[in-house]
Design a protein around this ligand. Structure first.
Ligand SMILES: Cc1ncc(COP(=O)(O)O)c(C=O)c1O
Length: 370
């Protein structure tokens, strides 16, 4: 049993616009948080107005309407779904659930996390008292599936983010299945974070959400934050076997999905072809940004997601310095990636936004780098 208190890394993320003061925050163009460039669907604000009076009541502790809408959207049973206060809460719950002795598997005491990836997997695992091991990307910032398979800890947990934040790397269903089948033989659980899957060209061909019927050791994470541009609402969900979902129900704090989150998430799923429009915009604008950045002599990592990871070492600026200059001179906020395990201080990540905003970033970068 691991009892030593481990050093938990600081929670450093994009989207920290409030540090600039409330007024300045509203004027910034935020490229640091990878949300849908179209903004929230219109159906969401209509739902808040319509259901304002729900604030007088506790939310539905069983999340019935929300799980029903998600079930229809994903194509899995309602009993295979549980929602939380953003997918971040569910990452913490997953680590708590699996590191405690329970019937899902033997107590997990080791968690394998790729690098670079979303920092909360490591934090959640360490907070739950688990040992964390890493599978580092190669010099082209590609994470190797074979290495993740090799490092899968018996009785442990493996995280994989598909497509991965911050490099946009995508694995197909066969590859994820290999990882899950190998983990099954080791009595380990695989958590596939599909928070960005709605931005790729053919999400249904890459998602493993429906495989939870086949694999008891598979947990799929999704979020409303990125695809529906709702980071302030805080709604994410887990898709997993009934056994794992029932463990989440035992461990979760009650009512963590509030009454507005419930109705807005349902409204977002029921809106018109918003995700189709999103994908078309992201594809066009990603090519535009990539072309311009490459012409500036920057190294851009190929990405299947709605963001780009950029090596800026040739400019002589570190990510931190470039970020500061862009905010102070142009009101543009990018993600300095130095807090990502596995990346040095010469990387930034930018979200793909609407054309006028992307043009503003390109123009600012050209001026700073000339
Ligand atoms: C890969 C990944 N998963 C999960 C999250 C957390 O999202 P949520 O807002 O649902 O907590 C993020 C946020 O940046 C992320 O990048």
């Amino acid at each position: 049993m691991i009892t030593a208190v481990q050093k938990i890394p600081e929670p450093l993320h994009g989207g920290d616009i409030w540090g600039q003061g409330n007024k300045a925050a509203m004027r910034l163009i935020d490229f640091s948080s990878n949300v849908n460039p179209l903004g929230p669907p219109k159906s969401v604000s209509a739902a808040i107005r319509r259901y304002m009076n729900r604030i007088e009541h506790y939310p539905d502790i069983e999340q019935r309407a929300l799980r029903k809408a998600i079930s229809k959207y994903v194509g899995v049973g309602e009993e295979n779904i549980i929602a939380g206060n953003g997918s971040t809460e569910l990452i913490y719950l997953l680590c708590d659930v699996l590191t405690k002795n329970n019937s899902v598997q033997r107590r997990a005491n080791t968690v394998c996390v790729p690098a670079p990836t979303f920092g909360e997997y490591e934090r959640a695992a360490k907070r739950a008292g688990a040992r964390v091991i890493h599978s580092y990307a190669d010099q082209h910032v590609r994470i190797k599936l074979e290495d993740l398979i090799k490092k899968t800890p018996p009785n442990g947990i493996v995280f994989i983010c598909n497509p991965n934040n911050p490099n946009g790397q995508l694995w197909d269903r066969n590859q994820i299945e290999q990882l899950v089948e190998n983990a099954q033989r080791q009595n380990a659980v695989v958590c596939v974070d599909e928070s960005f899957i709605d931005f790729i060209e053919r999400p249904a061909d890459f998602s493993v959400a429906r495989y939870v019927k086949k694999y008891r050791n598979l947990v799929v994470l999704r979020s409303f934050t990125k695809p529906f541009c709702l980071p302030g609402l805080r709604v994410g969900y887990v898709i997993a076997s009934k056994e794992i979902v029932s463990k989440f129900i035992t461990f979760r704090p009650p009512w963590s999905v509030n009454c507005f989150a419930e109705v807005c998430a349902v409204a977002a799923l029921n809106g018109p072809d918003y995700l189709g429009r999103t994908r078309r915009l992201v594809q066009t604008e990603k090519s535009y940004l990539k072309g311009e950045l490459v012409r500036m002599g920057l190294l851009v990592i190929p990405s299947h997601a709605n963001f780009l990871l950029i090596d800026i070492r040739k400019t002589g600026f570190s990510g931190n310095v470039l970020k500061r200059k862009l905010v102070e001179r142009y009101g543009l906020l990018v993600r300095d990636c130095s807090s990502f395990r596995g990346l040095d201080k010469f990387w930034i990540r930018i979200a793909v936004k609407k054309h006028a905003e992307n043009r503003a970033l390109v123009a600012a970068l050209k001026k700073l780098l000339e």
